[in-house]
Design a protein around this ligand. Sequence first.
Ligand code: KG4
Ligand code: ZN
Length: 333
Amino acid sequence: MYILAFESSCDETSASVVEMSEQARTVKSNIVASQVATHALYGGVVPEIASRAHIEAISSITYEALEQAGLTLSDISAIAVTNEPGLIGAVLVGVNFAKSLAYANGLPIVPVNHIKAHVAAAYLDQPELKPPFLALVVSGGHTSLFKVSSYTEYEEIGATRDDAAGESFDKVGRVMGLPYPGGAAMDRLASEGNAKAIRFPSPAIPDKTLDFSFSGLKTAVINHIHNAEQKGVELNRADVAASFTATVCGGITEKLGLALEETGMTRVVMAGGVAANSHLRRAVATLCEKHKASLFIPPMSLCGDNGAMVGAQGYYEFLAGNLGDESLNGYPS
Ligand code: KG4
Ligand code: ZN
């Protein structure tokens, strides 16, 4: 079946057509209208501007997604949309657009959780992947570990108690003068530095839980940068980026290793924007090898927010009968 899917929970408006069946999981089109350049002027996402930009983009990218897929609305069997969590004004643009389109065309509407959608991105190019597995979601808004027992059943077994991993990359990047969002630039800079140059506090909470805390690490790095400035010491930015990144990777792999031991799972999915980080990809791959677990990471093009991942999860929600109706709403968390 063909699913038309929408994503508008943060700063990317996306419309996609995916073809899903028991045999095939194919992206027919995946149009992403990014607002990153607009928000970069403010050093972060401005919710009101995000909502307006979604309204401006959503209609034209829908036509584009259908055209690129070589299909019309009459070929579509269901409409999927992210309805939680996210910036509420932004989420509501997608929800209301998708609902209107579904109603006008007599199509079922399928609400999709954004975090599950990030994980579902891994199904799209890896046909052998099926639950149960352990999912690590690392994005700008979330850092969580889930026991995924079926395509639709997720149990959160660990999470950040404050900042998300991506948020800490962006905040440290900003203080280092890198362009917003800092994640990708930090990734490149870290490759040029010494990861052992500076010791920072781990984001793995030192207890038996599978929880994280990134705020102490973020503050320690920012203090290190400010101290150097105040003392007039020249800062080796590459060493800071490398040491910070290694600390993030160390903390995440520590809790992921614990989660593998506790759950006995043999498959891991790592998803979300920060899953694009080359250092984290290597660290998690090494950990999984050590634990003899198979690792699945979506392709780079599907790590950030996009409609195709919403379509993939939408298919499984549709099969499970988790449909919305005209009263479907959006939720911030
Ligand atoms: O999943 P995503 O597109 O949006 C949310 O749902 O939050 O994630 C965006 C986050 C941003 O914080 C961005 O800086 C981070 O992903 N990111 C990276 C990299 N590419 C994107 N962080 C570290 N290294 C990267 N290569
Ligand atoms: Zn996301």
